[in-house]
Design a protein around this ligand. Structure first.
Ligand code: A3P
Length: 290
């Protein structure tokens, strides 16, 4: 497929598949009962999608197998005639209540989501594991720019010259806004550590008190091992000329701390310096190991 170049939208590099349709995306009409999942790419978006669909479908695994996850929960900001995924157009036609997904930084969220006071679940993942995961994803997803080698990619990532821009700006601005809107701000590492507790939180945020047995079913269904084997969750239904899982599987490692096998000591220190500088004055903290 043709690689989407990165196009500047208000200072944020977005894939042309989003940028070329920006006016339409910006004008998207939210409904009050929409739930929006937002993440910086590779934070565990698909995991949260599967969890929320399980909650919404009353943990009916048959219903959660009705279509691939990217069709059950459309990626709002894609607007091209879809190659494989459900985007803007399908989202418009969906019946309520809808769960929608975006990767946009907060200032680029279509204003009607705020006007309708929609609930938003934001998930953040520590930047070192995010960078490693993104590096492999940009290799296997032929729509995104080739990442080059790891040393090069690390600099590109730190400079925010990757699709959806700077990780630091993204997580920080969403964090600062969390009390101004109905935003549940979650961390990948917390969900890894205590899936049951974090899924309970998601349920409560959506107004559902989930009994222990239900929580247990959702935890099982959405474990990394089960999602990796589930064709409706692991993106194996996407043609390999778009996502080549022989290059790197979509469900790659699913762990906290894989960065330690990729960063040199010098790279880790350089990264930490930049991290400290970019999140200075913020009380936003991440775990890089469990
Ligand atoms: P890795 O590349 O580190 O393995 P996204 O869905 O935002 O693109 O994020 C993908 C990352 O989340 C991948 O990370 C993937 O393995 C991980 N992931 C997906 N499902 C998961 C699950 N059920 N538990 C833990 N991690 C999961």
């Amino acid at each position: 497929i043709t690689q989407w170049e990165l196009v500047d939208v208000q200072g944020v590099p977005l894939p042309s598949s989003t940028a070329d349709h920006w006016d339409q995306i910006w004008g998207f009409q939210a409904r009050p009962d929409d739930v929006l999942i937002c993440t910086y790419p590779k934070a565990g978006t698909t995991w949260i999608q599967e969890i929320l669909d399980m909650i919404q479908q009353d943990r009916d695994t048959q219903k959660c197998s009705r279509a691939p996850i990217y069709q059950r929960i459309p990626f709002l900001e894609l607007c091209r005639p879809p190659l494989y995924t459900y985007c803007f157009k399908e989202a418009e036609a969906m019946s309520s209540p809808r769960i929608l997904k975006i990767h946009l930084p907060i200032q680029l969220v279509p204003p009607s989501f705020w006007e309708q006071d929609c609930k938003v679940i934001y998930v953040a993942r520590n930047p070192k594991d995010t960078a490693v995961s993104y590096y492999y994803f940009q290799q296997m997803n032929h729509g995104l720019p080739d990442p080059g080698n790891w040393d090069q990619y690390l600099e590109t990532f730190l400079a925010g010259k990757v699709p959806w821009g700077s990780w630091f700006d993204h997580v920080r601005a969403w964090w600062d806004a969390r009390d101004k809107h109905r935003i549940l701000y979650l961390f990948y590492e917390d969900i890894k550590k205590d899936p049951r507790g974090e899924i309970r939180k998601m349920g409560q945020f959506l107004g559902r008190e989930l009994p222990e047995s239900v929580l247990e079913e959702i935890v099982q269904h959405t474990s990394f091992e089960n999602m990796r084997e589930n064709p409706m969750a692991n993106y194996s239904t996407v043609p390999s000329f778009i996502m080549d899982q022989a290059v790197s599987p979509f469900m790659r490692k699913g762990m906290v701390g894989d960065w330690t096998t990729h960063f040199t000591v010098a790279q880790s220190e350089r990264f930490d310096d930049e991290w400290t500088r970019r999140l200075e004055g913020s009380n936003l903290h991440f775990r890089t190991r469990l």
